[in-house]
Design a protein around this ligand. Sequence first.
Ligand SMILES: CC(C)(COP(=O)(O)OP(=O)(O)OC[C@H]1O[C@@H](n2cnc3c(N)ncnc32)[C@H](O)[C@@H]1OP(=O)(O)O)[C@@H](O)C(=O)NCCC(=O)NCCS
Length: 141
Amino acid sequence: MNISYNDERKDLPIEQLHKLFVSVGWSPDDGPFPEELKAGFMQSWRHSTLVISTWDDDKLVGAVRVLSDTIFRSIIYDLLVLPEYQGKGIGKELVCRCKEHFPSSEWLVGCDRKNSGFYKKLGFQDTLESGVFLVIPCKLF
Ligand SMILES: CC(C)(COP(=O)(O)OP(=O)(O)OC[C@H]1O[C@@H](n2cnc3c(N)ncnc32)[C@H](O)[C@@H]1OP(=O)(O)O)[C@@H](O)C(=O)NCCC(=O)NCCS
């Protein structure tokens, strides 16, 4: 393995990024990425404040994106690591690198219960202690 991280590139290769989403079960595994979804998908990454990607040579093996005002509030979206690369510290490194970019910021993340332990190891706390997080779901998925 020849692992490297990139925090300058937001236009990740769409097919590799799609494979990453399929590999963790976030996109259906039913053929090529539908053309009509590609533009919206990439818009979300290009318009994020920060994108950090993990590479094994030229293979995309992990990624995360952050929306942030760069000083007070930041939120993590779409942290994902290719299954065969999980458990090697890549997810932790991606989150740590995000925090280093905006060190004074509050950090939020939405996750399912099975991943809350991962974030708690990195310093995240349940919001129930400080209030609740309310949501209006996205209309596109
Ligand atoms: C969740 C995910 C990003 C973790 O990435 P990873 O590279 O496998 O995790 P790491 O190897 O960096 O693990 C760091 C630490 O967290 C622990 N950890 C990993 N996943 C965990 C989980 N689900 N629950 C509790 N602890 C976990 C590891 O054991 C490790 O502990 P250590 O520092 O004491 O050794 C990865 O499993 C993934 O991509 N999952 C599918 C997509 C997903 O659900 N993303 C989360 C979005 S909310």
